[in-house]
Design a protein around this ligand. Structure first.
Ligand code: N01
Length: 554
């Protein structure tokens, strides 16, 4: 069937938010299926995350051969990645190539932000308000606003006093040369800070790193891809992608079934050394099956990394501050860096532990902690994001009962499969909270979610239905499943942006499904096969609990 469902003048079938990896695939998938689609992107061009995060050293830490679209065999054969972990500029070039190759830019209005969206029950349409002052209407509203696109506020007393250069990694708008010869403060040591610090140190007169929580940083071991490596991947691309689709994290994984204490101390150490050479998400944290569920097992891996830090960092006091002793390896997002710890051996780099001396204020040219004053010319903020809910609340959604999304989720996020939420009919989230996006190769998760949502709205269209909504029961089931899945893991016990604990006042709920992208995909497929239990289509819902389906699926 190739006709659209929404024929009223000025109304489109689908409004999509964002022109990053999600928005582009949404536009392609839906327009190919005959839907009318209007996309709105706050930035001036395509790229999303990869448009904004242009800080020095920005690159992906999922290998590019996997962190790319799989929906078109010709696309994946004709594009050649230059490196194992492509830098930001190359990823952006790839996204631009996809936009041009499939002629997708024409579906988007750029420099236009969605600032509100109100469900109109009578018409069964979304009224979508834009920062241009216009309102557009659509049957369906789909967010591709991303999980890590709303920068976190930096609420430090005296920030406004600082008159030097101030830049954030997530909205980088200077060149590295602008920091040359300057005294630079970098605040934050998550993935962004870890990538930026070594490069800033190469040009700055001095870098002072303000660290609140030390992280596990494993060597990225990035390298050029040889023509032979590229060829060997391309020959097998469809099979590799299929393996990724049924994996835990959306990349090919080493099959690991034994536990840390199944082997001798010597054997364990030998295996950690080998895994440390591999790096990436198949590295040390994936060496034994129980590292993310058993704190004692985890300690063996954590301490292995602690020792590596002590070996690399020459000054013992600095090394001790860099040792991540406040959380288990992997329970908070691990970082992969190039020369990160080595950078602290440079004479122009020093470390301040904010746990020992918190920032009290800022002056025109200094950061003042409880014990010292650090004069700087520039401050680089690498303090992270208001993950998942930040971008969604930014859409200003008002649901069927007149409630705002932030009020519906006042006590914590509640979704159906991380894609829908009750009381917000015909609204979908791609790579949303309680989906596997948080802990996966997100491009693979995006493709799966877009395909599933497209199939669902096509299913409704085929039966003439115009209203799709998660039921309260279906949503409760999914919340229970995500909580039961995370409960036995160390993620459940660790404060991080995974749980919203990096943002003051945010309810502390785990925002991902950690049962694996393969299991999640099979669950979603099974739900579709069984007629979408937990979803009301034109008010009709199957009464079938999701729990038993989740248990049946291997
Ligand atoms: O942000 P983060 P990020 N005062 O939240 C500190 C993806 N990503 O942008 O841990 C002082 O991880 C904060 O300290 P603490 C990836 O998924 C991927 O680095 O809250 N410090 C922490 O050290 C990643 O996980 C890639 O105690 C403050 C840091 O700032 C996610 O994005 C690259 C502070 C924030 O770390 C986010 O990474 C980049 C304050 N007020 C990002 N507030 C790759 O693919 C926060 N901090 C490689």
């Amino acid at each position: 069937m190739n006709s659209t469902t929404t024929s009223a003048p000025g109304v489109v079938d689908v409004i999509g938010v964002g022109a990053g990896f999600t928005g582009l695939y949404l536009a392609h998938r839906l327009t190919t299926a005959g839907w009318t689609f209007a996309g709105f992107e706050a930035g001036p061009s395509v790229g999303g995350t990869w448009f904004w995060n242009t800080y020095p050293g920005a690159r992906c830490d999922v290998e590019s051969i996997y962190y790319s679209y799989s929906f078109d065999e010709t696309l994946q054969q004709e594009w050649t990645w230059s490196q194992r972990f492509a830098p930001q500029a190359e990823i952006l070039r790839y996204i631009e190539h996809v936009a041009d190759r499939f002629d997708l830019r024409k579906h988007f209005t750029f420099d236009t932000r969605v600032v509100g969206a109100t469900w109109n029950e009578a018409d069964r349409l979304w009224d979508v308000h834009l920062d241009s002052g216009e309102t557009r209407r659509s049957r369906y509203l789909i967010s591709g606003a991303g999980g890590l696109s709303t920068p976190k506020d930096f609420d430090v007393p005296g920030l406004a006093n600082f008159t030097g250069l101030q830049v954030s990694t997530s909205r980088w708008n200077i060149s590295l040369d602008d920091l040359a010869g300057k005294r630079v403060a970098v605040i934050g040591t998550g993935s962004s800070g870890v990538q930026a610090i070594p490069l800033i140190a190469q040009v700055a007169e001095h870098v002072t790193v303000f660290q609140r929580t030390p992280n596990y940083v494993m060597p990225a071991r990035n390298s050029e891809l040889s023509p032979e490596q590229v060829e060997s991947i391309k020959v097998d691309y469809p099979a590799i992608r299929e393996e990724c689709r049924h994996s835990l994290g959306g990349i090919p994984e080493r099959p690991v079934t034994d536990k840390a204490f199944d082997v001798s101390d010597e054997e364990r150490l030998r295996r950690y050394e080998a895994a440390y050479e591999l790096s990436g998400f198949n590295g040390v944290g994936a060496e034994f099956a129980d590292l993310i569920t058993d704190i004692d097992a985890n300690r063996t891996a954590s301490e292995f990394i602690h020792d590596k830090i002590r070996e690399i960092v020459e000054d013992p006091a600095t090394a001790e501050l860099l040792v991540p002793k406040y959380h288990p390896l992997g329970a908070k997002r691990s970082c992969f860096g190039t020369d990160y710890y080595e950078t602290f051996n440079r004479p122009n780099v020093s470390l301040v532990s904010l746990r020992d001396e918190p920032i009290e204020t800022m002056t025109a040219n200094a950061i003042v902690t409880s014990s010292d004053t650090y004069e700087v010319d520039a401050v680089v903020l690498a303090i992270g994001f208001d993950a998942f809910t930040g971008p969604l609340y930014g859409l200003g959604l008002t649901g069927a009962s007149g409630q705002k999304l932030q009020d519906a989720w006042r006590d914590g996020v509640r979704t159906y499969l991380g894609m829908m939420t009750a009381d917000f009919p015909n609204f979908f989230m791609v790579a949303g909270p309680q989906s596997p996006a948080l802990a996966s190769n997100v491009v693979m998760s995006i493709e799966q979610a877009v395909d599933w949502i497209a199939d669902l709205i096509e299913h409704a269209r085929d039966s003439g239905a115009t209203l799709i909504e998660a039921t309260a029961e279906g949503q409760n089931d999914w919340v229970d499943i995500t909580e039961e899945t995370v409960a036995p893991t160390l993620y459940a016990t660790t404060d991080s942006w995974y749980r919203g604990s990096n943002v003051e006042g945010k309810p502390n709920t785990f925002m991902g499904y950690v049962g694996g992208v393969g299991k999640y995909r099979r669950m979603c497929t099974e739900i579709a096969k069984r007629g979408y239990p937990g979803v009301a289509i034109d008010g009709e819902a199957l009464s079938r609990n999701l729990g038993p389906i989740h248990q049946e699926i291997s």
